[in-house]
Design a protein around this ligand. Structure first.
Ligand code: BES
Ligand code: MN
Ligand code: ZN
Length: 512
């Protein structure tokens, strides 16, 4: 797929594509300020006159007759036999007042899917900038097109051929906007890797498979890799991680990838991902309604950090050293599995009473975060499908963000917005730590149900060096989309990669 910025106006570039998608704004629902009543009764804003003329005067009345409302991502496709372009897609942008990069992405994704259905090879996208930064808009559109057309047929017996549009023209974007396209290929390849890892069934995506994936990233993109085996983890005293792993027949893998920039680093960051390749719950077994059959996606955090590692390795950002850590294992049941009530000692020396074997992610992260802090970084960010409580709180469109640093939280929120991934900051309310008090050990791994995603974050904070900027993203809701949404087809979303790549590549120059 090749993307180009075409500065010419739409009416003069209509001939170059077989399909052109045109964005239309919805009329304001409440009418213009100061007036009462809708101006166009839930319709769309009038087309640009030159364009209306080029496409024919019948278009507007036809759209109104079809009750086109220009809602975000709403598409209507028009076939024009024997003309160029032979297919015109009208795509809704929502109201101009709420237009943002995310609206642009939703529209580009919807248009791309519609174009695929009509067999387009050369697609023109004419979506307005309306004040958005041209380079950011170019990147957002290109990413949306590529990621919305992604399909995974690896586990089908007879994959179907699916010809994708080859050339995508971003019409009306100035030539300089193509600077924004520089990160698109690597970012999308990272997201696609993350989607593939999450979508792969648990008999394929094992801890060994994650280690192998890390090895091929290291090999192909010049990163270095260290994998700690069970014995190495024992020697490091990682009692919490190993307790989770001990019920499985598969050996745990503690993965540590390092990207070292050419010319030295001013900054060192660590990305930590939860890597449970299957979470049965252990003896606190996941029962009816707890979606045990979906728990292959409990390695979504590790998929995000490995996807980011791949992208970063390809992009080679200057000035920032990036470490990626995944303590990967399965949470299973066997005669050797951890009992509810066991007490374990972490590498940091703290003891934990495992009052619930299903709160296993935080146990693996306790040892992973302690290891991360040992690298003496400037910031640590962890991503984890940590709690059902976060899904209840925020749904499946935004991840929860907890941080001990306002600067780091701000930088991640900005990176998320630029990458088109929604994040919502949540409180690290210290008084809730009372819920994790244990009678026998330093703390227990589960508190009361109310505020469950907050106590989980507070638990993690205990394993982070005081004063070190740290952020935790709970991606339990966002890692998977049953129906598909925005630029995500149904299934694994690859959530987190775009935010991390943006954050790492921006932070390298701005120091945030
Ligand atoms: N992997 C789950 C969290 C999860 C739940 C992710 C639903 C995606 C969808 C995690 O290991 C877990 O089981 N958490 C428990 C914690 C509880 C025992 C305190 C939960 O959220 O129920
Ligand atoms: Mn669990
Ligand atoms: Zn889990």
């Amino acid at each position: 797929m090749e993307f180009r910025c075409i500065p010419a106006s739409l009416s003069s570039s209509l001939g170059a594509c077989d399909t052109v998608a045109i964005g239309l704004f919805a009329s304001p629902q409440n009418g213009p300020e100061g007036s009462s009543g809708p101006s166009h009764e839930g319709g769309f804003e009038p087309l640009d006159p030159a364009l209306a003329e080029a496409l024919g005067a019948e278009l507007e009345p036809w759209l109104r007759q079809r009750r086109f409302k220009a809602k975000p991502g709403e598409c209507l496709s028009l076939q024009r036999l024997g003309q160029q372009p032979g297919s015109v897609i009208l795509v809704g942008l929502g109201e101009a007042a709420s237009y943002a990069l995310s609206s642009l992405q939703e529209a580009a994704a919807a248009a791309a899917r519609c174009a695929l259905a009509s067999g387009s090879v050369q697609l023109g996208l004419a979506l307005p900038l309306a004040g958005l930064d041209p380079a950011e808009a170019a990147a957002a559109m290109a990413i949306a097109v590529r990621l919305s057309l992604y399909e995974d047929q690896r586990f089908k017996g007879e994959p179907q051929a699916r010809p994708l549009p080859q050339r995508i023209d971003l019409i009306g974007l100035p030539a300089e906007a193509s600077n924004g396209l520089a990160r698109v290929e690597a970012t999308c390849a990272g997201v696609e890797l993350a989607r593939q890892l999450v979508a792969a069934p648990p008999n394929v995506a094992t801890p060994q498979h994650l280690a192998d994936t890390a090895a091929s990233i290291a090999q192909n993109h010049g990163l270095s890799l260290k994998v700690l085996e069970r014995g190495d983890c024992e020697a490091a005293g990682m009692g919490a991680f190993l307790a989770v792993a001990q019920g499985s027949d598969l050996p745990p893998k503690f993965i540590h990838l390092t990207y070292t920039p050419q010319g030295g680093a001013q900054r060192r960051v660590v990305l930590v991902g939860k890597g449970l390749t299957f979470d049965s719950g252990g003896y606190n077994l996941k029962t009816g309604g707890s979606q045990i059959e979906m728990m292959k996606y409990d390695m979504g955090g590790s998929a995000a950090v490995l996807g980011a590692a791949r992208a970063i390795g390809q992009l080679q950002p200057a000035g920032v050293e990036v470490h990626v850590i995944v303590a990967s294992c399965e949470n299973m049941i066997s005669g050797g599995a951890v009992h509810p009530g066991d007490v374990v000692t972490t590498s940091k020396g703290k003891t934990i009473e495992i009052n619930n074997t299903d709160a296993e992610g935080r146990l693996t992260l306790a040892d992973a975060l302690d290891y991360a802090c040992g690298l003496e970084p400037d910031a640590v960010v962890d991503l984890a499908t940590l709690t059902g409580a976060c899904v209840i709180a925020l749904g499946d469109e935004m991840a929860g963000l907890w941080s001990n640093s306002d600067g780091l939280a701000e930088a991640l929120l900005k990176a998320g917005a630029a990458g088109g991934e929604a994040l919502w900051r949540m409180p690290l309310r210290a008084s809730y730590k009372k819920g994790l008090k244990s009678g026998v050990a330093d703390l227990k791994n589960t508190g009361p149900r109310p505020g469950g995603s907050i106590t989980a974050a507070l638990f993690l904070q205990d394993f982070v060096t005081q004063g070190l900027p740290w952020a935790h993203l709970d991606i339990a809701g966002t890692v998977w989309s049953d129906k598909g949404r925005g630029l995500d087809p149904a299934g694994a979303t690859g959530y987190g990669v775009r935010t991390l790549v943006e954050w790492v590549c921006r932070g390298a120059s701005s120091g945030n």
